[in-house]
Design a protein around this ligand. Sequence first.
Ligand code: G3P
Length: 221
Amino acid sequence: MKLFLDTANLEEIRAIKRWGVLSGCTTNPSLLAKEHSDWEVQMKEVCAEVDGPVSLETTEKSAEAIYEEGMKLAGVAPNAVVKVVMTPDGLEAGKRLVEQDVPVNVTLTFSPAQAILAAEIGATYVSPFLGRLDDAGADGMHVLRDICEIFEVQGYQTQVLAASLRHPMHVVEAALSGADVATMPYDVFTLLVKHPLTDLGLEKFDNDWKKLQKELKEGAR
Ligand code: G3P
């Protein structure tokens, strides 16, 4: 499973990139709005910083306007992926973008039925939002598992991109479910590396090593 960062923040991207585990990035209008008043500049900078696909979301509502906006977003950078929302107009525009060889990510997906539609238009990614399903009293992980099973049974090529992940167990369970990609905010990414036993173990190794160096210096060994 590939790990993507769900952000439009360059510092966050640079920090995780240094770990050598970052395969891509997803943005949305809310994330871009937090960063820069000139969102076009921000989009370009994010795409330039990420070695992998970067999802850029359309904001228009009619199929024609989404398509036009999508074509512009596809031209932002060679690694741009165009996000369309799971609506009839989003699907229509998404299908037209796919026909122009533009990689498409169908976002705001909350059910297996919606995910099937994304696969049928030939989207590169479909993004089920787990955390928001949980917030609404549903079982986001159950929906993700069903989508992964359907895609496996049907042989769909569309990649399942688990989104709206809120904690490390979401990431672990997404991997167990067979998701192709997990996208998560910076905070969740940094939690993946943390374990109290790692910290305790490091402290003990450090202390034992310093003790040995001290004893050698004092001739006690
Ligand atoms: O970018 C899409 C998705 O990951 C947003 O997550 O936390 O706003 O529900 P969240």
